[in-house]
Design a protein around this ligand. Structure first.
Ligand code: ADP
Length: 418
């Protein structure tokens, strides 16, 4: 309710009834009313244009307008002001129609007493304020909704654009590395030939230059190989099949046979499940992780342990939280296998846990540990392509454990679930 006296616009052609009303409203303590009285609808409209009112009391029989017509003229001109119809006609149907057309109340003059009138005005003002507030809230909601929809559309557009440019980039990386391979291998062969033929015939400086060329081409070949593997990883393939992870680990170890025997590494492995996967890519994943575990061990004898554990998968909302090993997921969706590859190597500082999965990000100089900085980025691509997540837990000097997940509903052999 307004704190000041309630300002009423009374539209009533009968002066005697207007006077009576003034008197009645003058005695409705503690409410205070101030009344502006007009006898014609057009005068009422003029008043509304000139000043603001808290409420309108409207008689339905006016010299210049009759019945509900007055209401339908008035409502659009004063959409925020509550209107109470005060009339001699006791007609239920008319009353209902008046309310439908926007009146807050319909009072019959001879049936209304002082108390009822005061209360009706009071309630009419409250109701109008509430319905206006609701209307405003609704409008705001609709605006927010439209804005959100627009934002979603924008994001989807950006996402589609990003995916397209990523695909182009990958395509480019693939073609570029593929096409670079041939000329590079030719440079390398000729440089080797030159080295064989001229060794001892040229001065020491020239031999050194040839060695630099051989070293450079070797590095570039490795880089191109790794880039090709990276751009192939996660490519759409139809070849998801039941894949024994135990078998894949064996094959990955066979590929790393030299490094394993030279370092006298001890590799142990728990029972691993069979999953639905692209076996070529999954072997690449195990091979990259094992390769790193063998490489980043400084002078210690590498001790590596591989295991897998079945556990409830976090709900899709909390997958991003769970990425960094935060397992406080708020509700299991399905099951997933969590694989781990644990080593006793040099470890990784916590601040680099995310960075090492980005392409070309290395924590060491090449003369300390050889590498191209593509291996873990490839691992991440492979894992995500299979619907999983990858992360690391480590402490400098105390070894590292790389974890990755694979959805277990793709698992073929339930008997292997632990
Ligand atoms: P690369 O081994 O060719 O440098 P990766 O992408 O495989 O590239 O690894 C990125 C970086 O992460 C490595 O340079 C190394 O610093 C760090 N890293 C990877 N695996 C391990 C590990 N098992 N122990 C310690 N550091 C590691």
């Amino acid at each position: 309710m307004p704190e000041h006296a309630v300002k009423i616009l009374l539209i009533e052609d009968n002066s005697a009834e207007a006077r009576l009303l003034r008197e009645v409203l003058g005695t409705t303590e503690p409410m205070q009313f101030s009344i502006v009285h007009v006898q014609h609808l057009r005068e009422g409209l003029k008043q509304l244009a000139a000043e603001s009112f808290d409420i309108i009391l409207l008689d339905l029989t006016l010299p210049d307008s009759a019945g509900l017509e007055s209401l339908s003229t008035l409502v659009p001109c004063a959409p925020t002001v509550p209107i109470v119809v005060l009339t001699n006609t006791n007609d239920e149907q008319l009353a209902l129609e008046a309310l439908r057309q926007g009146a807050q109340d319909y009072l019959v003059k001879r049936l209304v007493n002082m108390e009822r009138l005061g209360r009706s005005l009071h309630y009419a003002i409250e109701r109008k304020q509430i319905s206006l507030a609701l209307l405003k809230a609704n409008e705001e909601l609709a605006e927010t909704n439209a804005r959100l929809k627009e934002e979603i559309r924008e994001r989807e557009k950006v996402q589609a654009e990003l995916e397209r440019s990523n695909q182009e980039l990958e395509q480019f990386a693939y073609i570029a590395s593929h096409d670079l391979k041939q000329p590079l291998s030719s440079i390398s062969s000729w440089a080797q030939m030159l080295a064989m033929r001229s060794r001892g015939n040229l001065d020491e400086k020239a031999d050194q230059c040839i060695n630099y060329i051989l070293d450079g081409t070797g590095r570039m070949q490795q880089l191109i190989e790794d880039l090709l593997t990276y751009s192939r990883a996660g490519r759409m393939t139809e070849s998801f099949e039941a894949t024994s992870c135990e078998q894949l680990v064996k094959e990955a170890m066979a590929s790393l046979e030299n490094a394993i025997s030279q370092s006298e590494a001890r590799i142990t492995c728990d029972r691993l499940p069979t999953v639905m996967a692209d076996p070529v890519q999954l072997e690449q994943l195990f091979q990259n992780l094992l390769d790193n575990a063998l490489k980043y061990c400084q002078h210690r004898t590498p001790q590596i342990h591989i295991s897998a554990m079945l556990q409830p998968a976090p709900s899709s909302d909390s997958k991003s939280q769970a990425k960094n090993g935060d397992r406080s997921a708020d509700g299991p969706d399905e099951s997933e296998w969590v694989f781990s590859v644990m080593d006793n190597g040099i470890g990784i500082n916590r601040e680099h846990f995310d960075r090492i999965f980005m392409i070309f990000q290395r924590l060491h100089r090449r003369d300390e540990y050889p590498g191209t900085g593509i291996g873990l980025a490839t691992c991440q691509k492979i894992v995500e392509y299979h619907g999983g997540r990858i992360w690391v837990e480590s402490e400098v000097g105390c070894g590292s454990t790389f974890y990755f997940t694979l959805p277990a509903q793709r698992s073929e052999s339930n008997s292997e679930k632990q």
